[in-house]
Write a protein that binds this ligand. Structure first.
Ligand SMILES: [Zn+2]
Length: 176
């Protein structure tokens, strides 16, 4: 019975973990439906949970752990864009739920779990990552009531990748 209960427990933002061919890890974020996380253990470093090539200029010590954490962080980024975390900055024109990401561009008001500064929707400079390994310093975005685009010209994707890479690097050795 306990096992059944575990299998039936569901997360509102992750619909499925799957092992399949393709890139080592893949999560497609969206604002409307749960996220699917795909892992490809074909790669030797993934099967052995060993070190691999750098990503965002960070060399993983445990590639399988890093991928799980990296992709889970993408799902969390998606969650952050779909909730109201209490920031009181709603524009009267753009205001709609969810409050944490009024303009629905995945850059948000509040990130409760570190790193907390990379995904903030503001003109405050921060370092972001053009994969695989180009770090762009002093990247700014448009602010919470002007939608930044995932790719050109705003490149929200760079912030999402830097944030996921740093989160994974911070936690990959938690359970050696
Ligand atoms: Zn990623």
């Amino acid at each position: 019975m306990a096992r059944l209960a575990i299998l039936r427990w569901s997360c509102p933002k992750v619909s499925q973990y799957d092992i399949r061919r393709g890139p080592p890890g893949l999560t497609t974020i969206n604002h409307t439906s749960p996220t699917k996380i795909l892992i490809n253990p074909y790669y030797k470093s993934v099967r052995l949970n060993s070190t691999s090539v750098p990503d965002c200029n960070i060399t993983p010590n445990r590639q399988f752990s890093t991928i799980i954490l990296h992709e889970a962080r993408h799902a969390y980024q998606d969650y952050l864009s779909s909730v109201d975390l209490g920031a009181d900055d709603d524009d009267p024109i753009f205001e709609f739920d969810p409050d944490n990401d009024d303009d629905q561009d995945w850059l948000v008001d509040i990130v409760p779990v570190a790193p907390s500064n990379i995904l903030i929707d503001s003109q405050t400079p921060r370092s972001v990552c053009e994969r695989p390994n180009t770090i762009i310093d002093n990247k700014t975005y448009n602010g919470e009531n002007s939608k930044d685009l995932l790719d050109t010209p705003d490149f929200v994707r760079y912030a999402l990748e830097m944030d996921a890479a740093i989160f994974a690097d911070t936690h990959e050795n938690n359970n050696p």
